[in-house]
Design a protein around this ligand. Structure first.
Ligand code: BEZ
Length: 229
């Protein structure tokens, strides 16, 4: 599929119709972090569970200063009607209001530009639908992370929140987060360059000295104490 975004690319400043009206993407993001996530079609079961979960987690994204926006190859009218279903699925009033807008990409202009189509899943006209893409942009509008799932595999929104925590931490401190890292694990932060272990990494990791390194680097590079644990 043509199109797509690579890490470090600036988000295109596209205009689009959405469930909250016409937007310009950069204006919508403002100075916040942003998540743009696509789903294949409205009124489909997996998509309903995903957007329902995204709606429930909206306060967590807001706490992390992340603006959310969804996209699929359906119209604003469909998105609004489907929003009622999503709210009902969440046990709430079946209104058209979700805590994030959904982009109308019925002509697939953005899906092509951003490399979001899944060639294996087609609509009734034989046209590919949108894959389950996650793009996370920093406040500088540059792509910090992308995850691409096929239409047939629903995402894990706990993982999406986890990676945002890591992205925001590593944007601020000179540390890297290891496998399965979560913010509660005290010994889970690894200093990135310039500190490199001498000898086998496995020994260095189990010694705990990397945590001291993380603390040292955090202080050295930011002048502040290391607040995570
Ligand atoms: C769904 O959301 O249920 C779905 C969408 C496209 C392909 C398969 C499942």
């Amino acid at each position: 599929m043509p199109g797509g975004l690579l890490l470090g690319d600036e988000a295109p400043n596209f205009e689009a119709n959405t469930t909250i009206g016409r937007i310009r993407f950069h204006d919508y993001l403002g100075d916040s972090w942003g998540i743009l996530f696509s789903h294949p079609r409205d009124f489909t079961p997996v998509c309903t569970t995903e957007l329902g979960r995204a709606a429930k987690l909206a306060p967590e994204f807001a706490k992390k200063n992340v603006k959310m926006i969804a996209l699929s190859v359906d119209s604003v009218e469909d998105h609004l009607a489907w929003s009622k279903d999503i709210n009902a699925y969440n046990g709430q009033e079946p209104t058209e209001k979700l805590p994030f807008p959904i982009i109308d990409d019925k002509n697939r202009d953005l899906a092509i530009l951003l490399g979001m189509l899944d060639p294996a899943e087609k609509d009734e006209k034989g046209m590919p639908v949108t894959a389950r893409v996650v793009f996370i942009f920093g406040p500088d509008k540059k792509l910090k992370l992308s995850i691409l799932y096929p239409a047939t595999t629903g995402r894990n929104f706990d993982e999406i929140l986890r990676v945002i925590t890591s992205l925001q931490l590593t944007a601020e401190k000179r540390v890297a987060t290891p496998v399965d890292w979560k913010v509660k694990t005290l010994k889970g932060q690894i200093p990135s360059s310039p500190s490199r272990p001498k000898g086998p990494v496995s020994k260095w990791l189990s010694s705990g000295s990397f945590l001291l390194g993380a603390l040292f680097l955090a202080r050295t590079h930011t002048g502040r104490t290391f607040p995570y644990g």
